[in-house]
Design a protein around this ligand. Sequence first.
Ligand SMILES: O=C(O)CCC(=O)C(=O)O
Length: 288
Amino acid sequence: MTVAVPERQFDDGLTGEFPPDLYEPAGVVTGVDGFAGVTDAHVTQFQEQGFLIVENAFTAQEIKVALDGLFHLLSGAVEDFNGVQYERASAGVNVEELPLEEKQDYVRKFMSFADYDQRLNKLAHHPLLLELVQRLIGEAPVLFQSMALLKPPRLGRDKPWHQDHAYFQLELNTRVVGCWIALDEATIQNGCMVVAPGSHLQGPVVHFRRRDWQICDTDVDNSGAVAVPLKPGGLLLFQSLLHHGTPPNRSMSRRRALQFHYRPQGAPLTTQEERLAIFGGEGLGAEC
Ligand SMILES: O=C(O)CCC(=O)C(=O)O
């Protein structure tokens, strides 16, 4: 009996040139230690700065279990799951023949996995995480997006500056919180998050399809940008209009991370047309 190998999917982002200082931060920020350390002043800071960092949010065991979940999905054991997207640079490599440990180093991302692995679903619904997100949103949060972006050593491309809201069919005033969880130590060298504090207050910015769905490189103001290096288990929570991006991984270490997005239960959905009428640079006649 022959078993059909599902066709490999590639991430549609592109490698490309960008200004050398595009992700150069003006500073580095650290966070509060553990969920228990988050005070009302931190919640206010989240509203003003657009982000909040919780170091040691998850234990080493919780991170190991999350990685086990990703490996299980990568193994192909979950028949209905087809959310693995590879780096284009892997096109000539017979990844199916590789052991999982090596295969992961050709993966760009896992999309929409929370319903396919109980371990990852459990992490996305970690009581302390949900409690904090509820404090930030002001009402009970609903998970509506799960993804994991991997930046394989040497191969991991940048994720250009963008606002996550430009990807979502949600009204602009919807209180959306993104949660980015480091599975490896994330550093400037291997592609940690770089954010522009307070940029969410400027409202929506037009996006263009270039290396990715992104803010035009020449529109980026990174003069006050800060890097968010995190140890495994560290957590960055951020608003969906916050400008952020990640540099390429030019190091020899992996940079794997999970990302969950939450919105209030009753938040009305909009359409692609409505989203592009706000964010779609080309359609609006803007230039990049
Ligand atoms: O994990 C990364 O490198 C960036 C993730 C991100 O900002 C996104 O996918 O919206």
